[in-house]
Design a protein around this ligand. Structure first.
Ligand SMILES: Cc1cc2nc3c(=O)[nH]c(=O)nc-3n(C[C@H](O)[C@H](O)[C@H](O)COP(=O)(O)O)c2cc1C
Length: 385
């Protein structure tokens, strides 16, 4: 058993107190670069970049951070409803080429209907996953080097192909973090890594079982990751004191507002997170070393492992025994806590060796064609301008 540690780029803000502007840090590029460079230097395998209306754009950010780092991988979201398969595949192939094969894709069908509508997506939850399935069928064929014609319920493509192939064979690995039945069905059909937010171990084990069975029915296998925060200190009491301090400036009005917005979310995963604490400050310890305080005011990942390094490492080992390999961790503030996690936790865990091989991109076909002015190039309609 080995553990693959990832960190998180706080592209929607960072700070010392949750739910308060005091001590908050702007998401300027200088700071986000420090977090990425630290994660690379400290031995994290990759970083997750969130996507959505409250974040800096994850594609632009990953492209800017890649040249500042050496080994670090970038888990960047694709939203099938917002972009065409070929356009997204082209962006992915280029970033994979630019970064020497360090791109990973997080497939986000989308949970928040209000946010989806702002992006111009009017499909409901089930339709979004149907579209995602179609999107990934096209995507995988493009990544395999095929030319694709497709006329489906939601998507259309004619003579779609990638002329500049990704570095990674078959394209960057695909991750997905939905908890609904359609999310699991899409995972079974297409996804390499299934992600869950930090629910208690028993719930995670049950989810892993369901995803494994669904994938096996398709003749496939899936690997697993978990996304959670961590508050680790040398002493158990110091870690819990830090957890209390982190939410000490949140007022009840803010909690009520955030909980109301979360309750309106159409995301099964979000509802499962919210059910862990029910918006109550007195119900935040939901398992051994597992604390739900962050979910009071933050959507998505709302739980943290809290405790001494020995206890947090023991809890992580329990998740690993349940089948989790990748741990996408974070802590506030993200720069200082990256150091704490690496210095206190890594020595206690069987951390997997990093893939230090930086691959070279194969030449693109349009490049050859434009030099030789072949008929093939004429078929491509527009050349570089
Ligand atoms: C680890 C992880 C990361 C996620 N990242 C994002 C994200 O960056 N942006 C987003 O809109 N949704 C994100 N999601 C949400 C899901 O991808 C999904 O679209 C949403 O939960 C609705 O799916 P569900 O109803 O199947 O749970 C993430 C989920 C997980 C578990």
């Amino acid at each position: 058993m080995t553990i693959i540690p990832f960190w998180f780029i706080p592209s929607h803000g960072d700070g010392r107190w949750l739910g308060s502007d005091e001590g908050s840090r702007p998401t300027d590029f200088g700071y986000l670069s420090q977090v990425a460079v630290a994660a690379d230097h400290l031995g994290f395998h990759g970083v997750l970049l969130p996507t959505g209306r409250t974040c800096e754009d994850s594609w632009v950010l990953a492209s800017a951070l890649a040249p500042l780092t050496h080994i670090l991988k970038f888990l960047v979201a694709v939203r099938p409803g917002v972009t065409s398969p070929l356009f997204a595949a082209r962006q992915a192939a280029t970033l994979d080429r630019v970064s020497g094969g360090r791109l990973l894709i997080n497939v986000v069908a989308g949970g928040d209907a209000r946010e989806m509508r702002a992006d111009g997506v009017t499909l409901d939850h089930a339709e979004r996953y149907a579209q995602t399935d179609e999107f990934l069928s096209i995507w995988r064929r493009l990544m395999a080097g095929e030319r694709v014609d497709h006329q489906g319920d939601h998507l259309f493509a004619e003579s779609a192909e990638l002329l500049f192939p990704p570095v990674q064979a078959e394209g960057p690995p695909l991750y997905l973090g939905g908890s609904s039945d359609p999310a699991i069905a899409v995972t079974a059909n297409h996804i390499d890594w299934y992600l869950t937010w930090g629910e208690p171990v028993a719930a995670v084990r049950e989810k892993i079982g369901r995803v494994r069975d669904a994938a096996a029915a398709q003749g496939r296998s899936v690997r697993f990751g978990i996304r959670m925060h961590v508050i680790v200190r040398e002493q158990e009491e110091a870690a819990w004191a830090e957890a209390d301090r982190l939410i000490s400036r949140i007022d009840d009005k803010t909690i009520a507002l955030v909980q109301k917005a979360q309750a309106a979310s159409g995301s099964t995963g979000q509802r499962r997170m919210q059910a862990l604490h029910g918006g109550r400050r007195d119900r935040l310890v939901i398992g051994p070393n597992l604390w739900a305080g962050i979910g009071l005011v933050r959507g998505g990942a709302g739980t943290a492992l809290v405790g001494s390094a020995e206890n947090v490492a023991a809890r992580m080992t329990e998740y690993a025994d349940a089948g989790i390999e990748t741990f996408v961790l974070s802590g506030y503030p993200h720069l200082e806590e990256a150091y704490r996690v690496a210095e206190l936790l890594f020595p206690l865990l069987p951390i997997a060796a990093r893939d230090t091989h930086i691959a070279t991109a194969r030449p693109g076909r349009a490049g050859e064609a434009s030099v030789h002015h072949t008929a093939r190039y004429d078929q491509v309609a527009t050349g570089p301008s």
